[in-house]
Ligand binder design. Structure first.
Ligand code: SF4
Length: 476
């Protein structure tokens, strides 16, 4: 199949190397002798890479060997070390825990909690020709029949992630005179992008990353801290599983930042992809459409749950839109009724502005896929990034197109994605500030907005990975 990226790619930093294809990014070693400043790489239809010199001569590029340290977690390729990690976090592991629970007395069982992402729900809805609400309810039935005790919707934890992102942006915007690195703020909910940022340009990018935890990891805090207290259990007595649209979320859950030394447990014990849930259904011989619906569980007494919810602003969480609306109101007293996107190089790189009397007050962008991420990074490197905030996602078209989502053999990828997008947007959206239970949890669990507790449980930090000094010296 011809690569959609056939043609010349321009690299402006020869310490870097890329070679994106539709499915994955292949590391190749760029020959610095063939030119300086800019390297052009030509990708042949058979997937081989050629570097084009200034004189037009070409040289076939060697593939570089990569280990987990080099892995960008783009979901496209899986290294052997990553395979080990993925095996530790798979539907087989979930099954082992559920089976083990069946062999012990109820008091000795681990409480199994499953948190399902809205993106996975939409993908399964498309496959089973259901609406997303029925899908969520039938999935709840399925997981409970398997032995899960509670099934939650990660749209609930996303409320906290969005609210913390909004407040963080306003604080950093107001503090921009004191710190050159306050802006732009770059979103951090995508672990594929975070992995790339830490491994390629840690010193440059990390100060710009939003510290707000992703919905998956906020759910980790909610389940292993708040919910554990409610259930009068220590966090290690809960086995928390999330259902996510990509493999990268397994890497995110495995970060040491989300591991409790005290209780020797992770906030999220196991991440299964949408595809793995489908496999589980097949292994059990269950047709989701034929199951009776069961309401979703709610994390707190005043929470609505019962039916799934979502947020405005697209299939990757709506960070840009929520932060934009909030910032327009808080910083400039402007109520934004509609957010208008302006496409730039392609539909995965768009911008949004707030203007008054010809002056740009807010300049936001979304950059999806590594082609656009690379462009964004180059702008930052040159000190020519005009944005205040960028929603960055590693997958082209965002999370609904994640590497763990279901493919349909008889439907074109684009058609399927559009269908999944339609289903995703059918769910009732909520404004995080108004969601029942959210303010109550800020008060009773987090001891108020901006508290030490909120900082510890809703935020995280990032770590630059040193470049190798020996060997091939090839790093993302
Ligand atoms: Fe996962 Fe979404 Fe990032 Fe893709 S864009 S790697 S689905 S978090």
């Amino acid at each position: 199949m011809a690569s959609p990226f056939s043609g010349a790619l321009q690299l402006t930093d020869l310490d870097d190397f890329i070679g994106p294809s539709q499915d994955c990014i292949k590391p190749v070693k760029v020959d610095k002798r063939l030119g300086s400043g800019v390297a052009k790489i030509h990708i042949e239809d058979d997937g081989s890479y050629f570097q084009v010199g200034h004189d037009g001569g070409t040289r076939k590029l060697e593939k570089a060997k990569i280990s987990l340290d080099d892995c960008l977690a783009c979901s496209g390729c899986v290294t052997s070390a990553e395979t080990v990690l993925i095996t530790q976090q798979s539907h087989e592991e979930l099954r082992k825990v559920l089976d083990a629970n069946k062999t012990v007395a109820p008091g000795q069982q681990r409480l199994v909690v499953i948190s399902v992402s809205p993106q996975s729900r939409a993908s399964l809805a498309a496959r089973f020709q259901l609406n997303p609400t029925d899908t969520a309810r039938k999935l709840t039935t399925f997981f409970k029949k398997l032995g899960a005790h509670y099934v939650f919707d990660t749209a609930f934890s996303r409320n906290f992630s969005l609210l913390e992102s909004q407040r963080e942006f306003v604080r950093r915007f107001r503090g921009q005179a004191d710190s050159k690195q306050a802006l732009p703020v770059l979103t951090s909910a995508c672990p594929g992008w975070i992995c790339y940022a830490e491994k390629t340009h840690g010193t440059l990018l990390i100060p710009h990353l939003s510290t707000a935890r992703s919905p998956q990891q906020v759910m980790g805090s909610l389940v292993k801290d708040f919910f554990a207290q409610q259930q009068r259990l220590t966090p290690d007595k809960i086995y928390h599983v999330t259902v996510m649209p990509c493999y990268d979320k397994k890497l995110e859950a495995s970060r040491p930042d989300f591991f409790s030394q005290e209780h020797q447990t992770r906030d999220v014990d196991c991440v299964v992809t949408t595809g793995e849930v489908f496999k589980l259904l097949q292994e059990e011989g269950v047709l989701l459409s034929e199951l009776e619906p069961t309401p979703l569980d709610s994390l707190c007494s005043s929470g609505s749950a019962q039916e799934p919810t979502s947020h405005q602003g697209g299939g990757s969480g709506g960070y840009l839109e929520h932060v934009f609306r909030h910032a327009a109101q808080e910083l400039f007293g402007v109520h934004v009724t509609e957010v208008t996107y302006r496409p730039l190089r392609n539909k995965d790189f768009q911008e949004v502005t707030l203007e008054r009397e010809g002056q740009v007050l807010l300049h936001f962008a979304m950059a999806y896929g590594f082609r656009n991420i690379q462009n964004l990074v180059q702008k930052l490197k040159r000190g020519r990034c005009p944005y205040h905030y960028v929603e960055v996602m590693a997958c082209p078209a965002g999370c609904l197109n994640g590497g763990g989502q279901l493919k349909a053999p008889d439907t074109a990828d684009k058609e399927l994605l559009q269908h999944v997008e339609r289903l995703y947007s059918m769910v009732r959206t909520e404004v995080p500030e108004d969601v029942p239970g959210v303010q109550e949890l800020y008060k009773c669990w987090l001891q108020g907005e901006g508290s030490e507790q909120a900082g510890r449980l809703l935020h995280t930090s990032y770590h630059a990975v040193e470049k190798a000094t020996s060997g091939l010296s090839i790093r993302w």
